[in-house]
Every structure is written in structure tokens, then in C-alpha cells.
Design a protein around this ligand. Structure first.
Ligand SMILES: C[S@@+](CC[C@H](N)C(=O)[O-])C[C@H]1O[C@@H](n2cnc3c(N)ncnc32)[C@H](O)[C@@H]1O
Length: 163
């Protein structure tokens, strides 16, 4: 089990006026019932960092694989590696949007948390979306299909590895 290298207590925050909509084109998604002003902390989420082996041998074969974020670690030899982390709390519920990203997130590897903040004012009724980066392995429902492009029809794996 990874433990934080920074031992100071971590104040938690969550913007209270949120709900999960269960039937969006992206599955479940996070929405607000009140306007969220720019820079508001939406949530501070503790993370569970998975062992490199644990991920490769087990998690990659489970549904959790679609929820983990890349997480920088030092291995037993002090070499930089990219592990996977399960984000506890609402962090795992944010969907991806390229065009309409309205939430930014920041890792704190010393405290093993991620903080999510409003990138701009978010009106009631707009989904809260982060960016998963450029290596999507599922079909992004925000992308309008191009009927002339047969590649659009190619089936893609439904998984993410958030950068
Ligand atoms: C971290 S989960 C987000 C919560 C998820 N929607 C749920 O219902 O549990 C990531 C998964 O949500 C879906 N997803 C997220 N963003 C998407 C997008 N832009 N287009 C299509 N599916 C998306 C994909 O199935 C992806 O593997």
C-alpha cells in the first residue's frame, strides 16, 4: 500500500450541489444544480496507487482498468515509472471532453490526492468534464462521425488510460 510522503493532514472539499446523471451518452456523468464559479474546488479525492505488477497481472483484466489514471512513481531502484491509480470519490465519475472541458485536475503525488477545479464558470445543466489526454481508447461521443471516413466505423477498445 502506497503511503503519502507528506504527512500533513489533508483538508477535504466538495462542491455540494452536484448529482450523477445516469443516462448520458457517456454513461454516468457529473452535473451541477447550481452555477459553479470559475476556480471553485469541486472535489479533493484521495487516490489508491496500484503496484506495477498488480496492475499488469490483475487490474488490466477488470472493469477498474477503465477508471484508473496514470500516476508517476519511483520503483524500488529509484527509477521513474508510470503506475496506475484508482481515484476515490467523484474523481472516477468525470467523463472526458475535448471541446467542452470545464474541469481541470492536478495530482499531488506527495499527498496522494487529486484536486479538481472549475476551469471557468459552469452553468446549471452542463456536464462537468475533464480531459483524459490524447490517447483515448474508446469512441468519443463528442466527435461527430464523418460519413466519408470509413475509419470512423472501426471498433475501438472501450478503455482509458488517463495521462
Ligand atoms: C472514468 S469512467 C467515467 C464514468 C463512466 N461514464 C461511468 O458511467 O462509470 C470512464 C469511462 O466513461 C466513458 N466515457 C468517458 N468520456 C467519454 C466520452 N467523451 N465519450 C464516450 N465515452 C466516454 C468511457 O466508457 C470510459 O471508459
Amino acid at each position: 500500500m502506497a503511503t503519502p510522503s507528506n504527512k500533513t493532514d489533508i483538508p477535504l472539499q466538495r462542491f455540494p450541489h452536484l448529482y450523477i446523471k445516469v443516462d448520458t451518452p457517456k454513461g454516468r456523468g457529473v452535473f451541477a444544480t447550481e452555477i459553479i464559479p470559475a476556480k471553485t474546488v469541486i472535489e479533493v479525492c484521495p487516490v489508491l496507487v496500484l503496484g506495477l505488477d498488480e496492475n499488469k497481472k490483475h487490474i488490466e483484466y477488470t472493469s477498474l482498468y477503465h477508471y484508473t489514471y496514470n500516476w508517476p512513481i519511483l520503483d524500488d531502484f529509484g527509477k521513474k515509472q508510470v503506475a496506475q491509480a484508482v481515484i476515490l470519490g467523484l474523481g472516477s465519475m468525470f467523463n472526458h471532453s475535448n471541446q467542452n472541458q470545464n474541469v481541470v485536475w492536478e495530482r499531488d503525488p506527495e499527498r496522494l490526492i487529486i484536486t479538481y477545479k472549475a476551469l471557468r464558470d459552469i452553468p446549471v445543466g452542463e456536464e462537468l468534464c475533464i480531459s483524459y489526454g490524447s490517447h483515448l481508447t474508446f469512441k468519443d461521443t463528442d466527435d461527430a462521425p464523418d460519413p466519408m471516413d470509413p475509419d470512423e466505423e472501426l471498433e475501438q477498445l472501450n478503455s482509458i488510460q488517463i495521462d
